[in-house]
Write a protein that binds this ligand. Structure first.
Ligand SMILES: *[C@@H]1O[C@H](CO)[C@@H](O)[C@H](O)[C@H]1NC(C)=O
Ligand SMILES: *[C@@H]1O[C@H](CO)[C@@H](O)[C@H](O)[C@H]1NC(C)=O
Ligand SMILES: *[C@@H]1O[C@H](CO)[C@@H](O)[C@H](O)[C@H]1NC(C)=O
Ligand SMILES: *[C@@H]1O[C@H](CO)[C@@H](O)[C@H](O)[C@H]1NC(C)=O
Ligand SMILES: *[C@@H]1O[C@H](CO)[C@@H](O)[C@H](O)[C@H]1NC(C)=O
Length: 605
């Protein structure tokens, strides 16, 4: 808190007093059944609302069966839609986001190692065509809210230059939930590099200083939905800050009233604040679904809710989330880092728990097809469309899935059908981020809170539950309960003695269909499969691009740019250019004066 106040003081100049406590009193609507039904007739292309939580774990939503953190609004969507229980991402956010945007695996984007840093040069390659660009061609209005994290060193890397009509949010990976300052590493002298990072399109948005991240992002989502012309299909990408940890001086931040909700049910103080951060996201989902229903948009919408990678109950970006009973944490190739909570609701899709294999790179072709695009025009991507899997139950076309091949970490993992091979320990000569410390089962089971079947009444009375009913959808309690049970991952711990695995020593092999918790390393028994998967990795490795540099350039530090993280390469170039031209003016003027003196002297002599 002490550090926070120092920064509050230094950032005082950002604050316009009238805005410090501005709040969303206009968002307390009365629910109305007055739908604009013509919207569906005019607009056969579905609205796509893509909501992504940041670093939320497998066990942090009650649709996965734990009653510890009730998420009734998200569950209303999940249990009346499809729970994607075999959905994978990269273990870190920049690569996952790159895959979603391009339909390509991060090894084919140069994003397979680490994330874009505040003073990195570049980002998601400019040669790529992005999901909002594809959807714009199909007639969509495209809006983005929240985290970008795909590069900002030049304007051409920004969301508004890459297919989004608008962006309200931030460019880097995390920030303080209230001050929107991020401390992104230290300089050579050991001083933290900190700066403000919040934008309305390309302008610095100083007026949101002091307001809680989830609230301001949600208000913007509601404003977009309320003012959206219903004849135009809407693509809204809403990337939450929550429940990512904030800066080191106060990593967990949530409003007191949300924390209070968990005072009896959660003992661990940190987990309690974390639960409140998730609770705020759940409230946000309720408000968004309600706003869609009010505009009559719900019955022609696809709503996706998912995490970007596993939670960090330990290690890097520690946030007290839980991936239990999955193994590992964020920034590891275990299931806990890569197999994440995900669900999709739409009247267009089946209502069930899906075990179809899917990876982040598959969203682009899937949504392109849903939007009425012809997927045959998508050339050179890695993603596969699961739209027919969602709508009519065709088995997923994805059989093989590369988790990652990370050169500097010296680790890799691949899945082929039921088999998973994992090797390396996230350790390298240069970057030691854990080195096997996070290879275990971390995070709370929440078992003492009971299972989620008791939450059904909360689901039906949630904003999202009521909005679904108001739009004409029936909530079937029996089928919701069945889905809760079905969505649980069971480890079968009683079966056999665990066979340990140390991927730093030798590749491990798991039958992840039967052994989702990665307890029985069967590499010794299944040598042929090990060899086959190793050679698949080796082949894919040959197609990988060099990894983007994690180098930070001191020219990009906010102290050079009014304590704001900025498009420093453009501004740097502009500044250099103006310095050069003003220097050359001085030189020219000096030369002129000399020339005149010489002339005068010559004339006088
Ligand atoms: C962002 O830009 C779009 C398109 O120019 C504009 O409609 C919108 O009002 C802008 N948003 C803000 C918050 O300035
Ligand atoms: C990389 O990992 C492999 C095992 O996965 C190991 O044999 C090799 O020695 C490691 N290389 C370095 C440089 O640590
Ligand atoms: C969840 O709790 C309910 C009521 O206590 C019980 O009937 C049900 O079997 C439980 N489900 C699981 C999977 O434990
Ligand atoms: C509710 O779901 C159950 C289980 O899926 C099904 O058997 C039942 O027919 C459904 N009830 C209604 C009214 O649709
Ligand atoms: C991938 O290829 C690079 C050389 O291009 C090599 O250094 C590395 O060990 C390979 N990794 C794997 C997992 O095959």
């Amino acid at each position: 808190m002490r550090v926070y106040s120092i920064f509050t003081a230094s950032l005082f100049f950002f604050v316009t007093p009238s805005n410090v406590c501005a709040h969303d009193s206009h968002h307390h609507h009365h629910y109305s059944l007055n739908h604009d039904q013509t919207a569906q007739i005019d607009n056969p292309q579905p609205n796509i609302i893509f909501i992504m939580a940041d670093d939320a774990g497998w066990n942090d939503f009650s649709f996965h069966g734990s009653g510890q953190i009730p998420t009734p609004n998200i569950d209303a969507l999940a249990l009346n839609g499809m729970i994607l229980n075999n959905y994978y991402v990269s273990p870190l956010c920049t690569p996952t986001r790159g895959a979603i945007m391009t339909g390509k695996h991060p090894i084919h984007l140069g994003l397979q190692h680490y994330v874009v840093r505040g003073a990195s040069s570049g980002g998601l390659p400019l040669s790529e065509k992005l999901l909002p660009q594809y959807l714009k061609e199909l007639g969509y209005a495209t809006h983005m809210i929240g985290k970008w994290h795909l590069g900002h060193s030049r304007q051409e890397f920004l969301p508004t230059e890459r297919g989004f009509d608008s962006h309200f949010g931030y460019w880097l990976g995390k920030q303080d939930y209230y001050s929107h300052i991020i401390m992104d590493g230290k300089d050579r002298d050991g001083n933290w590099c900190w700066g403000y990072d919040f934008r309305s399109n390309r302008s610095v948005a100083r007026d949101v200083f002091g307001q809680y991240s989830t609230d301001i992002l949600t208000n913007e989502a509601m404003t977009i939905i309320e003012s959206h012309p219903t004849k135009v299909p809407l693509f809204l990408m809403f990337n939450h800050m929550a429940p990512h940890s904030a800066n080191f001086y106060e990593p967990l931040q949530a409003p007191a009233e949300n924390i209070r909700k968990f005072s009896d049910s959660i003992d661990d103080e940190n987990r309690r604040v974390y639960a409140a951060m998730v609770d705020k996201v759940d409230e946000s989902v309720g408000l968004v679904v309600e706003a869609l229903a009010k505009r009559g948009l719900l019955s022609n919408s696809i709503i996706i809710f998912k995490s970007d990678n596993g939670a960090a109950p330990d290690g890097y970006d520690l946030n007290y989330g839980s991936n239990w009973p999955l193994r590992g944490v964020k920034n590891t190739l275990w299931e806990g880092g890569t197999r994440v909570s995900s669900c999709i609701w739409s009247p267009l899709i089946q209502n069930r728990v899906s075990r179809d294999l899917m990876h982040a790179q598959d969203w682009l072709p899937t949504l392109y097809e849903a939007a009425g695009g012809d997927i045959n025009v998508l050339k050179g991507i890695d993603g596969l469309s699961l739209w027919k899997t969602f709508t009519i139950g065709v088995p997923s076309p994805r059989i093989t899935m590369l988790y990652n091949i990370d050169g500097p970490y010296n680790n890799s993992a691949i899945r082929d059908g039921p088999w998973k091979l994992i090797q390396g320990a996230g350790k390298s000569p240069t970057f030691d981020l854990g080195a096997g410390e996070w290879d275990y089962w971390h995070g709370e089971s929440g078992e003492e809170s009971g299972n989620s079947s008791k939450l059904i009444p909360q689901i039906t009375s949630s904003k999202a539950g009521k909005a679904l009913v108001s739009a004409g959808f029936k909530l079937n309690v029996t089928s919701m309960q069945q889905m809760q049970e079905d969505a649980r991952v069971l480890c079968n711990r009683h079966k056999d003695e665990v066979i340990p695995c140390d991927p730093a020593q030798a590749p491990c092999l798991f039958h992840v269909d039967d052994d989702p918790c990665e307890l029985w390393n069967v590499a010794d028994k299944e040598q042929e499969t090990v060899q086959r998967l190793l050679s698949m990795i080796a082949d894919l490795n040959k197609t990988a691009l060099p990894t983007m540099s994690r180098l930070r350039h001191p020219e990009g530090f906010p102290r050079n740019w009014g304590n704001v993280w900025t498009t420093w390469e453009d501004d740097f170039d502009a500044r250099i250019a103006s310095e050069v031209s003003s220097k050359s003016k001085v030189v020219t003027n000096t030369l002129l004066v000399y020339a005149m003196i010489v002339l005068i002297l010559i004339t006088c002599v």
